[in-house]
Structures are given as C-alpha cells and as structure tokens.
Design a protein around this ligand. Structure first.
Ligand code: IMP
Length: 427
C-alpha cells in the first residue's frame, strides 16, 4: 500500500502524462485533486494517442478507478466531450468517480475568463479560457455551485438564478456584453445532471476507505509548481495548488499518508503564457527545441516558449513539494546539440542567488549563471538502461542529481511507453 504524488516541477507541460501512465498501471486508484480541463496530457499507447484533460490517466487501464477529487473544478461539457471521445476510441470509461464537493464550471465562468483576459491587454495572463479562475473565484467567495447542488433540481435552480443575476451585473457593468441566459444554462446543465447521477459520490470517504483497505493510490498533478497560486510566479499562475500540499486538501487524504513525491522535469524548460523566463532561448536554439520536442500545447495548440534547464526552478520544486524522486522527460530532444547549458544560479543586482525569487521584478532582472556541458550526437531513443546512455548524457544527469540531492528515478527517451529508463520503484 502506498500513496504516490506526481507533480510538475516547472511551469507545466513537463511530460507528466507518460509517467502518470506508467505508475497508473501499478495503482488501484488514480486521482486528480486540483485544476480542471485546463490541463492536457498526451498518452501514447502503441500507435494510439489519447489526449486527456480532466479524466485521470488510469482510464487507459480497465481495472483502475479514476477519481476527480473535491479540489478540482468540473466542467461537464468538457468532461462529456472527453468521455465520449475516449469511449469512441474503445476505452472503457465506467470506472470514474467524481466528488460531490467539486465545484461546477458554468458558461459564465468561461465567458468571464475570456473577457477578463481581453481587458488585461498587454498584461494578460495567457489563461486557457476554460473558466478555471472565475470558478475558483466563486468557490473562494463561497457562492460557487457544487456538484451536490447540481444534482438537486430545486437547489440548483435557486443557486443558478442568483449567480446568473450577479454575473449579468458584472458582465454588463465591466464589459457591456449581452446577459447570460438563465434558462439555456439551466436546461443544458439539467441534461448533464441526469448523466452524472451514477458518477458522483463522496470521494473523500471513498479514498480513505481504499487507503485503509491497503490500495495503491496515485495522485496525478496537473500544471506545475510554478503555476501554483501561492508558490508560483504570481500573477502568471493558475488558480489552484498544483504542488504536493494541494493534494491533501484537494482529495481529503492527510499529508502523513503520502509516501513518495515524484517531480517531473523536462531536460530543458518551457513555458506557455506570459511572464519572465530566465533561461528562455528566443532564438535558433529555442526553435530547435520546440521543433524536436513538439512543444505546442495539447489544450490550446499554442507554441511554447523554450529554453535551457533551470535548476533554480527545480530546486524550488524539490523544496516546496518534498520531492523524493525526479523523472526527467524528453532527454532525447537534446541529442545533437554541440553544447548544452544548465542554469545553476541567478545573478540579481550583482548578487548570486539560488532561491527562486518571490518578486517577478527580480525574476525579470535575473541573469542566468550557466554550467556548460558537451552534448552528444548519438540517437538515445532506443536506450533501455542508464549505462547505455552516452557518457556526456550521463554527465548531464549526474550534475542534476548532485545539484538537487534527489535521485533521477526515471528518464524518458521517447514518447512511447517503452522508451523509459526505470531506475527505481515508487510503489
Ligand atoms: P488558467 O489555468 O486557464 O487560469 O491559466 C493560468 C495560467 O496557467 C496560464 O499561464 C496557462 O497557460 C497556465 N496553464 C494552465 N493549465 C496549464 C497546463 O496544463 N500546462 C501548462 N500551463 C497551464
């Protein structure tokens, strides 16, 4: 019996899907505890590609139970789109449980997300416009609608009416747009409520029961450490806690129940959306990483900003998540570079520092201090053990391990399930 958390150690898009998929195979239950369908994992099984947004990756295994915990925000339209698409691809979608405590994303959340972004002009956050922020705003304001409300017809009608009235005042006063249509939303969501009845339950009780029954539970993080509302690059963050601590409140499993925390980090760094990025290579190097690594968003299709590996970021992730192991993804993307760089510290106002700054002005002013490594030209996509990797690749990895003081348990050398070097078991 064990509880393992997987988190992104950078700005999201670290290639978590593949490791989640690998560990999901050993898990009895796979759980999402934060965020919503703003996330996107691609999992490749044989030649088939599955794009997952809200549904946990355990769905690709017939016997694994997939839980959407209380900390997520649930968009029924996005959920059923994904559910129906997976079903059409032949995936068994029966094993899903959704927390009755989870908050519901409504059409006005999505619309207000887009309107707020447009109003920010040059200061835009670059959100996915899935309504995630506005839904969490209602949760924190204690006016949100939870799934347990949606499933009770009269209560839903009453709460929705109050929310539509309030949102119409906001939409008109701030943006001058046409009002939201209460009846249309009510009808659409009543349809979802009927489909959701057998799927919604008290997942806090369920997960704790499963834990007591000795099951293996995998907590599947979405986004990444630097997108954490408290510990990330505020305000260029998401509205939840994609760090290990977020899972305890987001699932109802207590902190002392967690056995291992795996941090996924790319062999380089990427970022989507706006905000400072110290090791960004807005040049031919960045273009090459983007092309070789296919660095385009799964959810939005946006090209990602690319740069060298930044260990100041990953060290921050090690500390705030309590990482017990690292999974390094996309190492194969770095094959063929003559020279590689890793950022080991920042120079801010003439002072060298290794603590990730709280103030974005400091981050914007930071100059990277690099350690330079000789590259390797060999194709590593067929390597199945650490020893088969070229010596220069091993030097690159050894530096990361010694800098962070955390073992690299997994190394990914290609998109397929089989293209993973496994050095340590977590369950
Ligand atoms: P939101 O989560 O849609 O509110 O977007 C807030 C910020 O988080 C934006 O910079 C998004 O690009 C980023 N973001 C949200 N989800 C993901 C993800 O799964 N991967 C990477 N970035 C994300």
């Amino acid at each position: 019996m064990a509880v393992v958390v997987i988190v992104g150690a950078q700005w999201g898009d670290e290639g978590k899907g593949k490791f989640i998929d690998y560990l999901a195979k050993q898990a009895d239950v796979v759980v999402r505890g934060q965020g919503g369908n703003n996330a996107g994992h691609t999992v490749v099984v044989d030649t088939k590609k599955y794009a997952l947004h809200l549904i946990p990756s355990g769905i690709l295994y017939d016997d694994t139970v997939n839980v959407l915990g209380n900390g997520i925000v649930f968009d029924p339209s996005g959920f059923f789109e994904e559910y129906d698409a997976l079903k059409a691809q032949g995936v068994a979608v029966e094993n899903i449980k959704i927390s009755s405590r989870a908050h519901v994303v409504l059409p006005y959340h999505r619309e207000l997300d887009g309107l707020a972004e447009a109003a920010r002009g040059d200061a835009k956050i670059g959100t996915t416009k899935k309504g995630i922020g506005p839904c969490y705003m209602d949760k924190v304001a204690r006016t949100g609608i939870r799934l347990l409300d949606l499933l009770k017809e009269d209560r839903f009608a009453e709460k929705l009416r109050a929310q539509v009235d309030q949102k119409n005042q906001i939409a008109q006063a701030l943006y001058g747009v046409k009002p939201f249509d209460y009846q249309a939303i009510y009808d659409e969501y009543s349809g979802y409520a009927a489909r959701l009845k057998g799927l919604v339950c008290d997942t806090v009780a369920y997960l704790n029961d499963e834990l007591e029954a000795g099951k293996n539970i995998l907590l599947e993080g979405a986004q990444g450490t630097l997108l954490d509302i408290d510990l990330g690059t505020y305000p260029y963050v998401t509205s939840s806690h994609p760090t290990a601590g977020g899972f305890t409140v987001g699932t109802g499993l207590a902190p002392n129940r967690i056995d291992n925390v795996l941090g996924i980090t790319k062999a380089y760094t990427t970022r989507v959306g706006a905000g400072p990025f110290v090791t960004e290579q807005d040049n031919a190097i960045g273009d090459r990483i983007r092309q070789q690594g296919n660095e385009f968003g799964v959810t939005t299709g946006r090209p990602r900003r690319c740069g060298w590996l930044d260990l100041v970021i990953v060290r921050h992730a090690v500390r705030v998540n309590g990482l017990t192991a690292i999974a390094l993804s996309l190492l194969d993307v770095l094959s063929g570079f003559d020279e590689l760089k890793i950022c080991r510290a920042y120079l801010i106002d003439g002072i060298e520092c290794v603590d990730f700054p709280a103030d974005l002005a400091d981050l914007a002013a930071a100059q990277p201090i690099y350690q330079t490594f000789a590259g390797w030209s060999e194709d590593i996509s067929g390597c199945t053990s650490y020893d088969q990797l070229p010596e220069n690749a091993r030097r690159y990895l050894a530096y990361i391990e010694s800098y962070l003081g955390v073992p690299i348990a997994f190394i990914s050398v290609g998109a397929k399930r089989s293209q993973t070097i496994i050095r340590q078991a977590l369950f």
